[in-house]
Design a protein around this ligand. Structure first.
Ligand code: FAD
Length: 462
């Protein structure tokens, strides 16, 4: 048994960042993690492995689609799936070992095993009961499924199975046109699979600015992804070769089936708090299964906190990290804060899609007077040079004050470009502030500046 200032249950982006900051602020800190590696969903079966496969298959796509256009001739590479999987695993291991190193450097104790909270102020791992002034639930989330859909992680898989398929399928049905479904669908489409995305709503990427979502769908369709929208999946059934997905079109209730080698269920994720003992402790929960918190990450039990995917909010690694950092500051007696109005969201397909702040639909619903500055990557020399001129930057600013309210980008490097706007929004900048800032030429960033210019007197290269 040991005594700590803080014990964090879960070593994902929320938990490990919280732990490192707690230790840096002088608190005696431990993290309980049941997996063999630190880093949580994100490093082991989420952000990092998916980006490794997106990178590998993006390179493959470049070779096949664009190399000859640039005068790069010669044999096209073939795919060694086992080697690609090994590369993915190397990337995971490099990152998870990095967190282990940071724990040692910052003197964070890793309590290996699955934790429970037998009583307030206590965490049990195996037979050992440890005490802590503060306990943080950072246990993350797990994939959710649909009634009638039985996941076996071989043929009917979640993202976890999709990251480690035994072989590249010839066909794949993706249930759910959210970020994870589209990223994994893109990976397998680039590897030659016929990918069909079945989505309940009438548009892909629910919640995204509608104009961006529409363009995104068109671009993905050009890349070979097929879409069946407005389709309510009724269930899956294993067949000899793969699995069948039964669905009903919502417009006329007609029943249909589609068969594929692999079915990826990408219908979202739900908080994972099983086995912690929260019910016995009397911890208040949200109707959708998240731990209820008070705005400063505190639960209704004194000294018990929660962050990341286990609480309300976008299920994103950087949201979890920011909450971890803010909570550490609070536990050390400082002011910790997360600005939920400026949390970017990125889809790492090609092109990337990135978004921050309000969508046009949200502004309309709020009845807010706004202006739109749009700039197409067709007017961006750098984007043209790399065959990625499909897409645009859309800046939304307050009609009166010119303050930036949101930005939505589909195009090359969107996931990095968005941060210029995030910083501007944090500083309460106007579109003109961005427009008057010198941007290096030729960069994709010029498109952000041009969109800001378009909020005022007009873009130059439009
Ligand atoms: P998690 O990362 O889920 O970590 C929780 C950890 O707690 C786990 O390691 C678990 O083993 C451990 N744990 C749970 N219960 C216990 C217990 N009782 N005792 C001990 N340990 C326990 N987000 C992005 O921002 N960008 C992306 O590109 C992105 N891509 C993704 C791709 C995929 C395929 C998936 C599935 C997710 C992706 N996400 C992405 C989401 C991101 O992974 C999560 O939002 C993030 O990991 C949440 O962090 P967390 O710390 O709250 O929880």
């Amino acid at each position: 048994m040991a005594e700590f200032d803080v014990i964090i249950i879960g070593g994902g982006p929320g938990g490990y960042v919280c732990a490192i900051r707690c230790a840096q602020l002088g608190l005696k800190t431990a993290v309980v993690e049941g997996r063999d590696a630190l880093g949580g969903t994100c490093l082991n079966v989420g952000c990092i492995p998916s980006k490794a496969l997106l990178n590998a298959t993006h390179q493959l796509h470049e070779v096949h689609e664009n190399f000859e256009k640039m005068g790069l001739m010669g044999a096209h590479p073939t795919v060694d799936w086992a080697k690609m999987q090994a590369y993915k695993q190397d990337v995971i291991t490099g990152n998870t070992k990095g967190i282990e190193f940071l724990f040692k450097k910052n003197k964070v104790t890793w309590l290996k095993g699955w934790g429970t909270i037998p009583a307030a102020g206590q965490v049990q791992v195996g037979d050992e009961v440890h005490t802590a002034k503060n306990i943080v639930i950072a246990t993350g989330s797990e994939p959710s499924s649909l009634p009638g859909v039985t996941v076996d992680e071989e043929v009917v898989v979640t993202s976890t199975g999709a990251l480690a398929l035994a072989a590249i399928p010839k066909s794949m049905v993706v249930i759910g046109a959210g970020v994870i479904g589209l990223e994994m669908g893109s990976v397998y489409a680039r590897l030659g699979a016929e990918v069909t995305v079945v989505e309940y709503l009438d548009a892909i990427t629910p919640g995204m600015d509608a104009e961006v979502a529409k363009t995104f769908q068109k671009i993905l369709a050009k890349q070979g992804l097929k879409f069946i929208l407005g389709a309510a999946v009724q269930g899956t059934e294993r067949t000899g070769a793969g699995a069948k997905v039964a669905y009903k079109l919502r417009k006329d209730d007609s029943a249909h089936e589609i068969e594929a080698d692999v079915v990826l269920v990408a219908t979202g994720r739900k908080p994972y708090v099983a086995g912690l003992g929260l019910e016995a402790l009397g911890v208040e929960m949200e109707p959708r299964g998240q731990v209820k918190t008070d705005g400063h990450f505190g639960t209704n039990i004194k000294g018990l906190y929660a962050i990341g995917d286990a609480i309300v909010g976008p299920m994103l690694a950087h949201k979890a990290e920011d909450e971890g950092m803010a909570l550490a500051e609070i536990l050390a007696g400082k002011a910790g804060h997360v600005n939920y109005g400026v949390i970017p969201g990125v889809v790492y397909t090609t092109p990337e899609v990135a978004t921050v702040g309000k969508t046009e639909e949200q502004l309309k619903a709020e009845g807010r007077a706004y202006k739109v500055g749009k700039f197409s990557f067709m007017g961006n020399g750098r984007a043209k040079a790399v065959f990625q001129a499909d897409g645009f930057v859309k800046m939304l600013a307050d009609k009166e004050t010119d303050r930036i309210l949101g930005c939505h980008i589909i195009g090359p490097g969107a996931g990095d470009l968005i941060h210029e706007v995030c910083v501007a929004m944090e500083f309460g900048a106007s579109a003109q502030d961005l427009a008057l800032t010198c941007h290096a030429h030729p960069t994709y960033s010029e498109a952000v500046r041009e969109a800001a210019l378009a909020c005022g007197d007009g873009a130059i290269h439009a």
